[in-house]
Design a protein around this ligand. Structure first.
Ligand SMILES: [Zn+2]
Length: 294
Protein backbone atom coordinates (compact mmCIF):
# COMPACT_ATOMS: atom_id res chain seq x y z
CA UNK A 1 0.00 0.00 0.00
CA UNK A 2 1.31 3.43 -0.85
CA UNK A 3 0.29 6.14 1.51
CA UNK A 4 0.06 9.69 0.19
CA UNK A 5 1.98 9.11 -2.99
CA UNK A 6 2.87 12.26 -4.89
CA UNK A 7 2.85 12.46 -8.69
CA UNK A 8 6.24 13.23 -10.34
CA UNK A 9 7.47 16.83 -10.39
CA UNK A 10 5.59 18.96 -12.87
CA UNK A 11 2.65 16.56 -12.99
CA UNK A 12 -0.60 17.53 -11.32
CA UNK A 13 -3.81 15.74 -10.48
CA UNK A 14 -6.61 17.25 -12.54
CA UNK A 15 -10.29 16.63 -11.95
CA UNK A 16 -12.00 14.49 -14.56
CA UNK A 17 -14.46 16.31 -16.79
CA UNK A 18 -17.25 15.42 -19.20
CA UNK A 19 -14.65 15.61 -21.99
CA UNK A 20 -12.02 13.59 -20.08
CA UNK A 21 -13.83 11.01 -17.96
CA UNK A 22 -12.20 8.69 -15.44
CA UNK A 23 -10.59 5.98 -17.62
CA UNK A 24 -10.74 3.29 -14.91
CA UNK A 25 -12.92 0.36 -16.03
CA UNK A 26 -16.02 0.18 -13.89
CA UNK A 27 -15.91 3.88 -13.07
CA UNK A 28 -15.98 6.10 -16.14
CA UNK A 29 -17.46 8.96 -14.15
CA UNK A 30 -17.01 12.61 -15.11
CA UNK A 31 -16.61 13.95 -11.59
CA UNK A 32 -14.80 13.40 -8.26
CA UNK A 33 -11.90 11.30 -9.75
CA UNK A 34 -8.60 12.69 -11.08
CA UNK A 35 -6.28 12.10 -14.03
CA UNK A 36 -2.58 13.02 -13.88
CA UNK A 37 -1.78 15.93 -16.17
CA UNK A 38 0.57 13.69 -18.20
CA UNK A 39 -2.30 11.25 -18.73
CA UNK A 40 -0.31 8.29 -17.37
CA UNK A 41 -2.28 7.60 -14.21
CA UNK A 42 -5.73 7.94 -12.83
CA UNK A 43 -6.67 8.60 -9.23
CA UNK A 44 -10.06 7.00 -8.94
CA UNK A 45 -12.30 7.75 -6.00
CA UNK A 46 -14.59 4.76 -6.62
CA UNK A 47 -12.70 1.70 -7.91
CA UNK A 48 -10.06 0.30 -5.55
CA UNK A 49 -6.54 -0.77 -6.52
CA UNK A 50 -3.56 -1.85 -4.43
CA UNK A 51 -2.19 1.72 -4.55
CA UNK A 52 -4.04 3.69 -1.95
CA UNK A 53 -3.80 7.50 -2.06
CA UNK A 54 -4.40 9.40 1.16
CA UNK A 55 -5.54 12.99 0.84
CA UNK A 56 -4.51 15.48 3.48
CA UNK A 57 -8.12 15.80 4.60
CA UNK A 58 -8.41 12.07 5.22
CA UNK A 59 -10.17 11.08 1.98
CA UNK A 60 -8.82 8.00 0.23
CA UNK A 61 -8.56 7.28 -3.51
CA UNK A 62 -6.83 4.62 -5.61
CA UNK A 63 -4.20 5.05 -8.28
CA UNK A 64 -4.54 3.10 -11.51
CA UNK A 65 -2.06 3.03 -14.38
CA UNK A 66 -3.76 4.18 -17.50
CA UNK A 67 -1.09 2.71 -19.83
CA UNK A 68 -1.73 5.07 -22.64
CA UNK A 69 -5.47 4.53 -22.63
CA UNK A 70 -6.01 8.24 -22.24
CA UNK A 71 -3.04 9.05 -24.43
CA UNK A 72 -3.68 12.74 -24.70
CA UNK A 73 -2.53 14.76 -21.72
CA UNK A 74 -5.37 16.58 -20.06
CA UNK A 75 -4.90 20.26 -20.71
CA UNK A 76 -6.95 22.65 -18.71
CA UNK A 77 -7.08 26.20 -19.97
CA UNK A 78 -5.79 28.54 -17.29
CA UNK A 79 -7.71 31.71 -16.67
CA UNK A 80 -5.79 34.54 -18.32
CA UNK A 81 -4.49 37.06 -15.78
CA UNK A 82 -6.02 40.47 -16.42
CA UNK A 83 -3.58 43.09 -17.64
CA UNK A 84 -3.93 46.63 -16.36
CA UNK A 85 -2.23 49.85 -17.35
CA UNK A 86 -1.65 51.31 -13.89
CA UNK A 87 -0.13 54.52 -15.22
CA UNK A 88 -3.11 55.33 -17.41
CA UNK A 89 -5.69 54.38 -14.75
CA UNK A 90 -3.96 56.50 -12.11
CA UNK A 91 -3.67 59.44 -14.48
CA UNK A 92 -7.41 59.26 -15.22
CA UNK A 93 -8.43 58.82 -11.60
CA UNK A 94 -6.13 61.55 -10.28
CA UNK A 95 -7.53 63.97 -12.87
CA UNK A 96 -11.08 63.06 -11.78
CA UNK A 97 -10.34 63.38 -8.04
CA UNK A 98 -11.89 66.55 -6.63
CA UNK A 99 -10.02 68.56 -3.97
CA UNK A 100 -13.06 68.05 -1.71
CA UNK A 101 -12.46 64.30 -1.78
CA UNK A 102 -8.84 64.70 -0.69
CA UNK A 103 -9.94 67.01 2.12
CA UNK A 104 -12.56 64.49 3.23
CA UNK A 105 -9.94 61.73 3.14
CA UNK A 106 -7.47 63.93 4.97
CA UNK A 107 -9.99 64.46 7.77
CA UNK A 108 -10.89 60.77 7.93
CA UNK A 109 -7.29 59.56 8.03
CA UNK A 110 -5.81 62.51 9.98
CA UNK A 111 -3.18 62.85 7.25
CA UNK A 112 -2.54 66.18 5.46
CA UNK A 113 -3.93 66.32 1.92
CA UNK A 114 -0.49 67.30 0.58
CA UNK A 115 0.92 63.99 1.89
CA UNK A 116 -1.96 62.04 0.32
CA UNK A 117 -1.14 63.73 -2.99
CA UNK A 118 2.50 62.76 -2.51
CA UNK A 119 1.45 59.10 -2.42
CA UNK A 120 -0.94 59.72 -5.35
CA UNK A 121 -4.11 58.88 -3.44
CA UNK A 122 -7.01 59.21 -5.88
CA UNK A 123 -10.72 58.51 -6.01
CA UNK A 124 -11.77 55.46 -8.00
CA UNK A 125 -15.42 56.09 -8.85
CA UNK A 126 -15.80 52.66 -10.44
CA UNK A 127 -15.21 50.96 -7.06
CA UNK A 128 -16.24 53.79 -4.75
CA UNK A 129 -12.84 53.50 -3.08
CA UNK A 130 -9.54 55.27 -2.65
CA UNK A 131 -6.90 54.12 -5.13
CA UNK A 132 -3.25 54.02 -4.01
CA UNK A 133 -0.66 52.98 -6.61
CA UNK A 134 2.17 50.54 -5.86
CA UNK A 135 5.63 50.63 -7.44
CA UNK A 136 8.69 48.40 -7.58
CA UNK A 137 12.20 49.32 -6.46
CA UNK A 138 12.85 51.01 -9.82
CA UNK A 139 9.79 53.24 -9.34
CA UNK A 140 7.71 51.48 -12.00
CA UNK A 141 4.05 50.88 -11.28
CA UNK A 142 3.10 47.32 -10.24
CA UNK A 143 -0.58 47.85 -9.52
CA UNK A 144 -3.22 49.59 -7.48
CA UNK A 145 -4.47 48.97 -3.94
CA UNK A 146 -8.02 50.05 -3.17
CA UNK A 147 -9.07 51.26 0.25
CA UNK A 148 -12.81 51.02 0.84
CA UNK A 149 -14.73 53.34 3.18
CA UNK A 150 -15.03 50.45 5.71
CA UNK A 151 -11.19 50.37 5.83
CA UNK A 152 -11.00 47.11 3.88
CA UNK A 153 -8.29 46.73 1.28
CA UNK A 154 -8.22 44.93 -2.05
CA UNK A 155 -5.92 45.10 -5.06
CA UNK A 156 -7.27 45.72 -8.54
CA UNK A 157 -7.15 42.45 -10.52
CA UNK A 158 -3.94 42.36 -12.53
CA UNK A 159 -1.96 44.13 -9.81
CA UNK A 160 1.22 42.75 -8.31
CA UNK A 161 2.16 43.67 -4.74
CA UNK A 162 4.60 46.56 -4.68
CA UNK A 163 5.72 49.42 -2.47
CA UNK A 164 3.99 52.67 -1.54
CA UNK A 165 6.68 55.21 -2.37
CA UNK A 166 6.19 58.96 -1.86
CA UNK A 167 6.95 61.20 -4.83
CA UNK A 168 9.03 63.63 -2.77
CA UNK A 169 12.78 63.02 -2.58
CA UNK A 170 14.17 61.51 0.63
CA UNK A 171 17.02 64.07 0.71
CA UNK A 172 14.54 66.77 1.71
CA UNK A 173 14.02 64.85 4.96
CA UNK A 174 17.70 64.35 5.79
CA UNK A 175 19.54 67.00 7.70
CA UNK A 176 23.12 66.46 8.68
CA UNK A 177 23.60 63.70 6.15
CA UNK A 178 21.84 60.96 8.12
CA UNK A 179 20.39 58.97 5.24
CA UNK A 180 17.61 57.35 7.25
CA UNK A 181 14.14 56.26 6.21
CA UNK A 182 11.24 54.39 7.76
CA UNK A 183 9.73 51.25 6.25
CA UNK A 184 6.29 50.12 7.35
CA UNK A 185 3.33 48.08 6.16
CA UNK A 186 0.61 49.73 4.09
CA UNK A 187 0.00 52.90 2.15
CA UNK A 188 -1.88 54.87 4.78
CA UNK A 189 0.74 54.04 7.42
CA UNK A 190 3.48 55.18 5.05
CA UNK A 191 1.56 58.43 4.55
CA UNK A 192 1.29 58.78 8.33
CA UNK A 193 5.06 58.29 8.63
CA UNK A 194 5.69 60.99 6.04
CA UNK A 195 3.37 63.41 7.81
CA UNK A 196 5.30 62.73 11.04
CA UNK A 197 8.39 64.02 9.26
CA UNK A 198 10.09 60.81 8.13
CA UNK A 199 10.50 59.72 4.53
CA UNK A 200 8.53 56.46 4.73
CA UNK A 201 8.00 53.65 2.28
CA UNK A 202 5.21 51.12 2.79
CA UNK A 203 5.10 47.46 1.75
CA UNK A 204 1.91 45.97 0.32
CA UNK A 205 1.88 43.09 2.83
CA UNK A 206 3.52 42.49 6.19
CA UNK A 207 7.01 41.01 5.87
CA UNK A 208 6.95 41.06 2.06
CA UNK A 209 8.61 43.19 -0.61
CA UNK A 210 12.15 43.00 0.81
CA UNK A 211 13.64 42.50 -2.67
CA UNK A 212 12.01 45.68 -3.99
CA UNK A 213 13.07 47.56 -0.86
CA UNK A 214 16.67 46.44 -1.42
CA UNK A 215 16.60 47.88 -4.95
CA UNK A 216 15.06 51.14 -3.76
CA UNK A 217 17.55 51.52 -0.90
CA UNK A 218 20.57 50.92 -3.13
CA UNK A 219 19.20 53.23 -5.82
CA UNK A 220 18.56 56.12 -3.42
CA UNK A 221 21.75 55.65 -1.40
CA UNK A 222 19.86 55.07 1.85
CA UNK A 223 22.11 54.00 4.74
CA UNK A 224 19.71 53.45 7.63
CA UNK A 225 16.27 51.82 7.65
CA UNK A 226 14.06 51.76 10.72
CA UNK A 227 11.47 49.06 10.12
CA UNK A 228 8.21 49.80 11.92
CA UNK A 229 6.64 46.82 13.67
CA UNK A 230 2.87 47.08 13.90
CA UNK A 231 1.28 45.83 17.08
CA UNK A 232 -0.65 42.83 15.80
CA UNK A 233 -1.10 40.36 18.59
CA UNK A 234 -2.79 37.32 17.12
CA UNK A 235 -6.44 37.44 18.12
CA UNK A 236 -6.62 33.64 18.28
CA UNK A 237 -3.95 32.82 20.83
CA UNK A 238 -3.05 36.33 21.99
CA UNK A 239 0.63 35.39 21.95
CA UNK A 240 2.23 35.49 18.56
CA UNK A 241 3.15 39.01 17.48
CA UNK A 242 3.04 38.78 13.70
CA UNK A 243 3.88 42.46 13.24
CA UNK A 244 7.20 42.07 15.05
CA UNK A 245 8.18 38.88 13.21
CA UNK A 246 7.39 40.52 9.85
CA UNK A 247 9.42 43.62 10.69
CA UNK A 248 12.38 41.54 11.88
CA UNK A 249 12.31 39.55 8.66
CA UNK A 250 12.40 42.76 6.59
CA UNK A 251 15.12 44.26 8.77
CA UNK A 252 17.40 41.23 8.32
CA UNK A 253 17.15 41.55 4.53
CA UNK A 254 18.08 45.22 4.26
CA UNK A 255 21.31 46.01 2.39
CA UNK A 256 22.26 48.67 4.96
CA UNK A 257 22.07 49.29 8.69
CA UNK A 258 18.61 48.54 10.02
CA UNK A 259 16.61 48.33 13.19
CA UNK A 260 13.08 47.47 14.24
CA UNK A 261 11.00 49.95 16.16
CA UNK A 262 7.99 48.61 18.02
CA UNK A 263 5.09 51.00 18.18
CA UNK A 264 3.05 51.41 21.36
CA UNK A 265 -0.09 51.38 19.18
CA UNK A 266 -1.56 49.40 16.27
CA UNK A 267 0.32 51.15 13.45
CA UNK A 268 1.72 54.54 12.41
CA UNK A 269 -1.65 55.88 11.34
CA UNK A 270 -3.30 54.92 14.61
CA UNK A 271 -0.32 56.53 16.35
CA UNK A 272 -0.79 59.74 14.42
CA UNK A 273 -4.45 59.81 15.42
CA UNK A 274 -3.48 59.21 19.06
CA UNK A 275 -1.15 62.18 18.92
CA UNK A 276 2.17 60.39 18.38
CA UNK A 277 4.92 62.88 17.54
CA UNK A 278 8.11 62.85 15.48
CA UNK A 279 10.01 63.03 18.79
CA UNK A 280 8.58 59.72 19.95
CA UNK A 281 9.72 58.06 16.71
CA UNK A 282 13.13 59.69 17.16
CA UNK A 283 13.48 58.29 20.64
CA UNK A 284 12.33 54.82 19.51
CA UNK A 285 14.94 54.95 16.75
CA UNK A 286 17.77 56.15 18.98
CA UNK A 287 17.05 53.50 21.62
CA UNK A 288 16.98 50.68 19.07
CA UNK A 289 19.70 48.12 18.46
CA UNK A 290 21.00 48.59 14.93
CA UNK A 291 22.06 45.66 12.83
CA UNK A 292 24.88 45.90 10.36
CA UNK A 293 23.76 43.77 7.41
CA UNK A 294 26.37 44.59 4.83
ZN1 LIG B 1 -12.96 6.92 -11.29
Amino acid sequence: MTAYRKVPAGVKWLRVTKQAKCPVPGCNHDGWCFISSDGAESLCMRVQSNREYHFKDGKVGWIHSVNGRVGVPVVRAEKPKPVINTGRLMQEWKAATKPEYLLYLSNTLSIPASVLTDFEFAYCARNGATAIPMRDGYDCYTGIRLRFPNAEYRSIPGSSPGLFIPRCRPETFWDGGQRLILACEGGTSAAAGLSLGWWTVGTANAGQGAGMLQTLIRRLGIRYVAVVADNKIDAKDGKEDRGLAAAQSISRQMPCRSCVIVLPCKDLRAGLQLGMTADLISSLISSSVWRCNS
